[in-house]
Design a protein around this ligand. Structure first.
Ligand SMILES: CC(C)(COP(=O)(O)OP(=O)(O)OC[C@H]1O[C@@H](n2cnc3c(N)ncnc32)[C@H](O)[C@@H]1OP(=O)(O)O)[C@@H](O)C(=O)NCCC(=O)NCCS
Length: 136
């Protein structure tokens, strides 16, 4: 999937954090550590280091939700981490993002921290980030 398609799905999926531009996706995709799983309607962008993996963002087209697509991408990401002998995945999610929190809980991620006032809504309201971790 190319940067314009990533920016399109991201733009239809996020208000907080704000949507990322095509140029921002271009820049991320140039990095060796960036890892992309994508299909026509969804993508997961991760970052792999020698020791752990981070999910940078994950989105499914609004018309294709609740079909198990995000869970399938998380399973695939986990498999790719294990192949590279990485056994810890971390991510940040806005405290008010109930669908994402439910998704990660259902995939056995655990809450391991909180960053107070980490995100800003378009109206300037501060929202905490929840840090979730999974040992695999
Ligand atoms: C969060 C998101 C990625 C989930 O994608 P999805 O493909 O619809 O999720 P799945 O169908 O794989 O759901 C798997 C499980 O997660 C939970 N879940 C997912 N969406 C949910 C919702 N809206 N409400 C409650 N639980 C939900 C359920 O347990 C679900 O299993 P079930 O459908 O059998 O009950 C999608 O809603 C999205 O793109 N949201 C906007 C972007 C975003 O918030 N990304 C995460 C950033 S950290």
């Amino acid at each position: 999937m190319k940067s314009n398609a990533l920016a399109d799905i991201h733009g239809r999926s996020f208000i907080t954090p704000r949507p990322w531009s095509e140029a921002e996706f271009d820049e991320l995709l140039l990095k060796d550590s960036t890892f992309l799983i994508s299909s026509e309607n969804s993508f997961l962008l991760g970052m792999l280091t020698d020791y752990e993996a981070e999910i940078l963002t994950l989105a499914v087209d609004p018309m294709k939700r609740r079909l198990g697509i995000a869970k399938k991408m998380l399973d695939e990401f986990e498999d790719r981490c294990l192949e590279k002998k990485i056994n810890k995945i971390i991510l940040e999610v806005a405290k008010n993002n109930n669908p994402a929190l439910k998704l990660y809980e259902s995939c056995n991620f655990e809450i391991t921290g909180k960053r107070r006032d980490y995100y800003s809504s378009p109206e300037g309201k501060k929202i905490d980030a929840i840090i979730m971790t999974k040992s695999i």
